[in-house]
Design a protein around this ligand. Structure first.
Ligand SMILES: Nc1ncnc2c1ncn2[C@@H]1O[C@H](COP(=O)(O)OP(=O)(O)OP(=O)(O)O)[C@@H](O)[C@H]1O
Ligand SMILES: [Mg+2]
Length: 342
């Protein structure tokens, strides 16, 4: 996707574009059933920041975004929970804030008989974009999402899933927003489309826009986000800069094959951590001297060295670890409570 030239104008003095404190949202179903979708969530998104929410299905990502847009109402504040949600210092849904936001929904809805150009024209008029600005912007956006040649004159009804996603992204940009809210922006895109979206996000970030995105594709988030919030069942379980959530692993990994069981035993005897899976032996250590020792031992013991690496732990691993810890904590809490009742 091609960068758009316009940089958003910024009028506020405050640095927090989004300010959430003690936000909860419980869906109330029939028969009195309640689904806690977001639980006592607090976070702040600063001007110019690319902020990502990651979490498994049903963790509350879309609900949080819809609350910011004023499409859903949060639970009423309580004594314990402030229930404060401000976007550009205003209540969600306030027209002042709304005109400064671009939104790509999870499942964008279009008028199927309008073509790409007409679709953008429709959303532009709806968003109050002045006529003289709208026309060139539509062409610029069609070019940006690669729909100018194929798609601009086709009804959305015949669009592929990826083309729908692209026109959805263009639609989110039609009002030249200061805050872009993207719900799973790579949804339905092929690998090239995914890379293009990543580039698009980086370009919008460079242009000074504040971006809130959510995704299951943690690798996508890792590449573009300044800070990440990890949600699990509506609970915030970690938030911080990507560099903090994905610390460089201290561990070296030495992989070898063709080592006998006795030879693997000798590596263990030398005080190294050894794992064996079939013919593959992996030695893990955080000590560089032990790396040299292991490499020499592998060779002495008749093994074949495959690689010596120092892998980075991915956000995915961090996420699973965090979720694992959360699940464990809940289990312990439940057990404690049931023990207290007895
Ligand atoms: N309209 C609704 N009525 C009742 N419950 C809902 C509604 N929308 C969402 N929920 C529930 O709220 C929880 C959070 O849903 P939400 O859509 O916010 O999750 P998500 O993180 O966006 O998930 P996904 O990754 O699948 O898009 C889920 O348990 C879901 O079942
Ligand atoms: Mg969702």
């Amino acid at each position: 996707m091609v960068a758009t030239a316009t940089a958003p104008m910024v009028a506020d003095t405050t640095d927090a574009v989004v300010d959430i404190r003690g936000l909860s949202k419980t869906y109330k179903l029939m028969m009195g059933k309640e689904i806690p979708a977001v639980v006592n969530l607090s976070l702040e998104i600063r001007r110019g920041e690319t902020f990502a929410i990651v979490g498994p299905n049903g963790s509350g990502k879309t609900t949080t975004m819809k609350i910011l847009l004023g499409l859903l109402f949060p639970d009423a504040p309580t004594e314990e929970q402030e229930g404060r949600v401000l976007v550009f210092g205003r209540q969600p849904g306030d027209p002042e804030a709304q005109t400064r936001i671009g939104y790509l929904p999870e499942a964008p809805y279009f008028y199927e008989y309008l073509d790409g150009r007409e679709t953008l024209d429709y959303f532009g008029k709806l968003g109050g974009v002045p006529k003289d600005v709208l026309k060139p912007r539509i062409e610029e956006l069609l070019r940006m999402v690669d729909l100018q040649e194929r798609g601009a004159d086709l009804p959305v009804r015949v669009y592929s899933r990826g083309m729908r996603q692209r026109i959805g992204i263009a639609q989110a940009m039609i009002n030249d927003p200061e805050l872009l809210i993207l719900d799973e922006p790579t949804n339905g895109l092929d690998p090239i489309g995914t890379v293009q979206v990543r580039q698009f996000i980086l370009e919008q970030k460079k242009a000074g826009r504040t971006i809130l995105l959510c995704s299951h594709l943690l690798s996508e988030v890792e590449a573009v986000a300044d800070r990440v919030a990890i949600l699990h069942r509506g609970n915030l379980i970690a938030v911080g800069p990507v560099s903090e959530l994905v610390p460089e692993s201290r561990q070296w990994q030495i992989v070898a094959t063709s080592l006998s069981r006795e030879a693997a035993g000798k590596l263990k005897d030398a005080g190294l951590t050894v794992e064996t899976h079939g013919d593959v032996t992996t030695v893990k250590t955080d000590n560089l001297d032990a790396v040299y020792q292991a490499v020499a031992l592998v060779s002495d013991l008749g093994g074949a060295l495959v690689e010596v690496t120092r892998p980075q732990s991915t956000l995915e691993e961090q996420f699973l670890k965090a979720v694992g810890e959360e699940t464990l904590r809940r289990t312990v809490d439940t057990l404690k409570k049931s023990a207290q009742k007895k």
